[in-house]
Design a protein around this ligand. Sequence first.
Ligand code: BES
Ligand code: ZN
Ligand code: ZN
Length: 499
Amino acid sequence: MKLEVVEREFTSVNSDVLIVGVSKHPENTEGWNDFSALFGEHLDSWISEGDIVCDLKKITKIPSFGTIKRVLFVGLGNRKELQLDDVRHAFAAVGKELLQMKAENAAIWLGSFTSEMISEDDAAFVCGEGLILGSYKFRDYKTTSNEKDYELKTIQLVATGDSEEVHAAFEVGRVYGESVNEARTLVNMPGNILTATAMADYAKGLAEQYGFEIEVLGKPEMEELGMGAILAVNQGSVEEPRLIVLKYQALDEWKDVIGLVGKGITFDTGGYSLKTKTGIVGMKGDMGGAAAVLGAMRIIGELRPSKNVMAVIASTDNMISGDAFKPDDVITSLSGKTIEILNTDAEGRLVLADAVTYAKQLGAGYLVDIATLTGGVITALGYDKTGALTNNEEFFETFMEASIETGEFVWRMPLTERDKKRIRKSDVADMNNSPGGDGHMIFGGGFVGEFVENTPWIHLDIAGTSGASSAHDLGPKGATGVMVRTLATLVERMTEETE
Ligand code: BES
Ligand code: ZN
Ligand code: ZN
């Protein structure tokens, strides 16, 4: 996509569609009168009569003339109350519309998306992000489809501010949007195609593109190191497991490293604690945590913040065979801690245990683990809130600021000493992997916490938020790419703190 920033002069815009943010008169921004004059000053009456709709995210298309074929108005509601996230959502609605129209080029009047609180640069950022998120479409495997891939070829931003800054802000938004979309694609891919090996190959591609150091462990290396937890989950599979490490070293010293640890179960059958025939469908998405980490790494690779970051991804499928692990087994994790298996469907915490231990061994000073870990988080918080646990108030506060900035809702749950006792209760081992069904989001994350020990840590359970059962504001049905933007924003904020 080619981007051009042009100074405000509507008559110089040559485009299939001009995009204008609209709110009820007299709240419209500077330049409205000039713009309205192009339509013989009819716009205000079309707005007051409801022919152009001002409700947030509502789109009204009207034909135009001259060098602009159509004007696409997008409602911004009450401009005084307008939040940046509303503008992001409005642009995503525009992205969806452009996808439907198969528009090849568009001009955007950026000033019409500003307010006293929202600058042109802010608007340019969420414009890049929203358009890309909203126009996402998964390339499926239908052989009958003769649809060509849609691509918006050129965008003209009509802006009054410093055009280089506007340009840069849009590009950062675009990187965020594209990286979320890549994560979405990984999650949407089926388990027979996106195997652990294929995920490692994708990570290798990122490493090559962005100069990350990469280490990929296979089964023999895991056996050598004693990664008994991920190996147990992989035991029943014909697909080899992969533990993927990407290192982004921005500082001379490998210190204060943020470790992003992702659950990469490419398909979760539940193992011998088998899922039901309806519960199993969709379990190709059980690598949403890994995808979020890879998406965030792509943003980091593009934007290159001054902060050391490491990604650790534990990937395998969870299958059944004569070789598979089973309830009552006792396994030894990389940390040396022994685990009594009570439920083979609680496999995510097992692979994360080894991944977290390995991240610590490689020098992580902060840890965020992210996983589609439990159905419990869905029971507790539904499909639109990511559940969190933490052992460090300050780290969590920075994280929450990042999540508020991206508009990705996170809610913290408690982890008490009593919960920890239940995780550590076993007649035969140091701990068990499934203390009970009551409040089990906490047990899932708390189990990972046992391996984190004192390192500042945040656990994110995205079982509810990683996939959407129907189209939503920022994208279509399917993978959402949740937390890609928040993880990258967290790294940015941690960079600012140390500067
Ligand atoms: N991958 C699932 C969690 C999940 C459920 C993700 C629904 C997405 C949608 C996880 O491995 C799992 O099976 N968890 C069990 C844990 C239980 C056995 C303690 C669960 O939540 O039921
Ligand atoms: Zn499971
Ligand atoms: Zn799982």
